[in-house]
Design a binder for this molecule. Sequence first.
Ligand code: SAH
Ligand code: SF4
Ligand code: F3S
Length: 443
Amino acid sequence: MNHDPKTFFIRTYGCQMNELDSEIMVGQLEGRGLKRTFDEDAADLLIYNTCSIRDLAERKVMGKLGQLGRTQKRKRIIGVTGCMAMAKKESLFRKLPHIDFVLGTNNISDLSEVLNDVIITGKQSIRTDNTFEENLDYLVAKKESKVSAYVSIIRGCDKYCTYCVVPYTRGKEVSRPPDDIEKEVRKLAAEGFKEITLLGQNVNSYGKDTPETQCLFHDLLYRLDKIEGIERIRFLTSHPIDITLELMQAIRDLPSVCEFVHFPIQAGSNRILKKMHRIYTKQQYFEKVAMLKELVPHASLGTDIIVGFPTETEEEFIETMDVFRKIPYSVAFLYTYSARKGTPAMRFKDDVPQEVKDDRHSRLFELHKEQAAQERAAMLGQTIEVLFEKKNRNGQLKGRTRCWKKVIIDGPDSFIGTLQQVKLHSFNHETLLGQVAEVAAGV
Ligand code: SAH
Ligand code: SF4
Ligand code: F3S
């Protein structure tokens, strides 16, 4: 038997899906009367919502959890949730005998039951279902922000890129019913949220597994755009193969849908793309970008890149650099390849030496930095719409443009949650600085 915990601490690693899952867990725990603390040492229950995407991500958590076992002075309940729970399952109990429960990404709704098991029996408990069942109460999620909220629309991934653990840690694609999504967004709008970000590993697959709803991703956007109060709709992530003309038209035509598409190419060489099982060629990717630019000329693009994929040559890496010269991305997340157990790419020899991976990473990073600075310099003097979300540590207001650029101004708290026209005068690394050009009515 364990003591009934009164307080909990939760740490989130990884992507926005994990952030949202943590918000849901916080909501569930607060719903059963536990109080959240940000002091790890003081909490009776500790939850680590983990990520497995790269080796470093896992090592960080394993290091943290190992240390916890060595330094723990009093008995506390420790739970491991998220993608590492799925990747390592029972083996976590062998490596970390002091943890009490393992809860997979498809079992978030079982948190309370698992906690009861652990409290009553005093024994370790594990739930790691392979597929997600649509039984999660998203409405309990405790949002950190009051302005911008994540909304899950599809879980899992069926793409099986050869390097990626996600299809194994999150299971197959399961779309959420459109009525549920609409209900949640209406509730968020009524609570005063101004922006939503629709989440899925591949939002463009939305609705394909549920033909009976007759609601594909663009149809969903048309439904959500009608909801009054929601000024901006964003979405993450778009697999290039599934971006359709209808989606591009929705971006063009729907006032609330932002003109920013995170559209990862991953690599610039067709041979590497094939080995990655990305199922498009560079030419097909460029065609989609050209189509988008034709329909929405001011759209900006984001990408993810993996450098040093097995067998990637210098020439093939240069092809990735060339993609950046053709498409100056506004946002780019650059990674060095990390071999993941259980993925098809484990069969390939991880033969690009770490120094070469690091060198390619820094060359691409420099190119992107230069391009991003040029893009920002070209924006100076412009007046642009910014949604203010919160204050930063220096008491300044932080917000974003429709195309996801960070903007900071000096201004009153009453601007939080409002759209303002901001004249940009300078920039500092990735952040644009400006001042309000005219104050919107009602502030
Ligand atoms: N579903 C999204 C991305 C999910 S993971 C998509 O397909 O675009 C986020 C990013 O992590 C990926 O886009 C990829 O660039 C990177 N990534 C995934 N597995 C990786 C690995 N084994 N090594 C290095 N980077 C990886
Ligand atoms: Fe991973 Fe590919 Fe699925 Fe993205 S689309 S989550 S990279 S398998
Ligand atoms: Fe990591 Fe899982 Fe997200 S592996 S990046 S937390 S889907």
